[in-house]
Design a protein around this ligand. Structure first.
Ligand SMILES: [Ca+2]
Length: 180
């Protein structure tokens, strides 16, 4: 009579824990819980549509389709739960620059910067009242240069998106930022 496979010498089947044992059930439950919590964390960290990530803590909305005056651009971003583009550090300037040049149809436009010297000629302030950095590498060559008729700022496509003063009543495309 043939010996069964599992009873051959050296191949004794050990008493392995069953999938239904308490230990395995606990581990499976823990694993599922971890996956569930990770999914919640990933979902919570997503930028709300139509924003996309700028970096690990900020979202960007770049509208290439509709142009707005400066005031309307500020309202447009507020309506979308964010703020018109404001940036006073080179890291953010670099990130926004890279973003503008990362896809088709974005780099051939001017975008509003949330900055103006309407209140006091020559004193540039962001919408949130922070002072606007002057000179290189932020502004284009010899900018701002148009005095009392040019009191708002754009990222100028001819100047590689460096800043340029312009009348606030002009219409340009909009970039909004918001926290993740
Ligand atoms: Ca001015």
């Amino acid at each position: 009579m043939m010996k069964s496979f599992t009873s051959l010498p050296g191949l004794e089947v050990r008493n392995t824990p069953s999938i239904s044992s308490g230990k395995w059930q606990n581990q499976a439950t823990m694993l599922l819980r971890l996956i569930y919590l990770s999914l919640i964390a990933i979902c919570a960290a997503q930028c709300p549509d139509p924003y996309v990530p700028l970096d690990e803590s900020r979202c960007i909305l770049l509208d290439t389709f509709v142009t707005h005056t400066y005031r309307d651009a500020i309202d447009y971003c507020k309506t979308h739960g964010g703020d018109i583009l404001m940036m006073d550090d080179c890291e953010t300037v670099g990130l926004v620059y890279d973003f503008i040049y990362s896809g088709a149809g974005m780099a051939d436009k001017h975008y509003w910067l949330g900055a103006s010297d309407e209140e006091e000629e020559g004193t540039w302030k962001f919408v949130d009242n922070r002072p606007v950095p002057m000179g290189t590498p932020f502004w284009g060559p010899n900018q701002p240069d148009n005095g009392e008729t040019h009191n708002c700022a754009i990222l100028h496509l001819i100047y590689n998106q460096r800043w340029f003063d312009i009348p606030c009543s002009n219409s340009y495309n909009v970039i909004c930022l918001r926290k993740l």
